[in-house]
Design a protein around this ligand. Structure first.
Ligand SMILES: [Cu+2]
Length: 263
């Protein structure tokens, strides 16, 4: 969401104030962990939120999802959970949780494809196809293989072995083509109550180059989301008019804290 500026004329002078609306939307797709060294069941959660600000959470629907491991596709069995859109709010929205039994070695590529979400404040639809990778039981191959999503970030750095301070690189494909000169929004999943020095820090932005490549140096440990904002054409809105569809490729990675021996 963009800030909405309003002009107010008060006693002859113009005041500019902003109605503070949360900024970038992010479909969060987060496993318990992205490195698994023994057979176990983990949880995966999917939530449509504003990660840096901790909300609000938006309602959304999963229309397709899957977990690829060594060429096989597992269908996740999502359980719906209703959560408040804001802390303490009576307005409830959907989030989804599933168990995943990790019982064989491999890179697990998990994705969620949601129904387009209509955002009245921006007069457009948003659809964020989201993925995350897990390395399990000693196998690390396949994280750089595309799933073949309509909007996808292909990592160029092994995504489950990032230290804080490492640079994450990726290439964005929208409708199968490298997405040149588009914005990639970056947000930290703020589990630590981090305050930003200014509102502009909530969503960091890097651009893709001509060939769809981008990079971002992760400043501290935690889960980080990358959302490449693509063009998905138009869709008919609730009022029957055509609205732009923002088709985003989202990927989540976890950065691990610097070991204390070298801090
Ligand atoms: Cu929102």
């Amino acid at each position: 969401m963009k800030k909405i500026l309003k002009n107010v004329i008060l006693g002859g002078s113009i005041l500019l104030f902003s109605t503070s609306l949360a900024k970038a939307h992010f479909l969060l797709l987060k496993p318990t962990t992205d490195n698994i060294d023994r057979v176990k069941t983990i949880k995966i959660e999917a939530k449509f939120t504003h990660p840096m600000e901790g909300g609000p959470n938006m309602d959304f629907k999963i229309i397709d999802s899957g977990i690829f491991v060594r060429g096989e596709k597992i269908k996740p069995n999502w359980k719906v959970k209703l959560i408040p859109s804001m802390k303490g709010s009576k307005n409830k929205v959907h989030m989804y949780i599933t168990d995943l039994k990790i019982n064989r070695p491999g890179v697990y590529q998990i994705y969620v494809d949601p129904a387009p979400y209509f955002e009245p404040a921006e007069e457009k639809f948003i659809k964020q196809i989201t993925k995350v990778c897990i390395s399990a039981l000693g196998m690390e191959d396949g994280w750089d293989k595309p799933i073949g999503l309509k909007a996808e970030i292909i990592p160029l750095v092994k995504p489950f072995a990032l230290w804080e301070g490492n640079t994450f690189r990726g290439r964005v494909f929208i409708n199968g083509k490298p997405a040149s000169n588009i914005d990639v929004e970056v947000e930290y999943l703020n589990t630590k109550g981090v305050k930003t020095p200014a509102e502009s820090f909530v969503t960091q932005v890097v651009k893709t180059d001509e060939n769809g490549y981008f990079e971002y140096t992760i400043p501290w440990a935690g889960w980080w989301g990358f959302s490449a904002l693509g063009d998905g054409g138009t869709l008919k809105g609730p009022d029957g008019k055509e609205y732009p569809l923002e088709l985003d490729a989202v990927m989540w990675v976890k950065a691990y804290p610097k070991p204390k021996e070298v801090k």
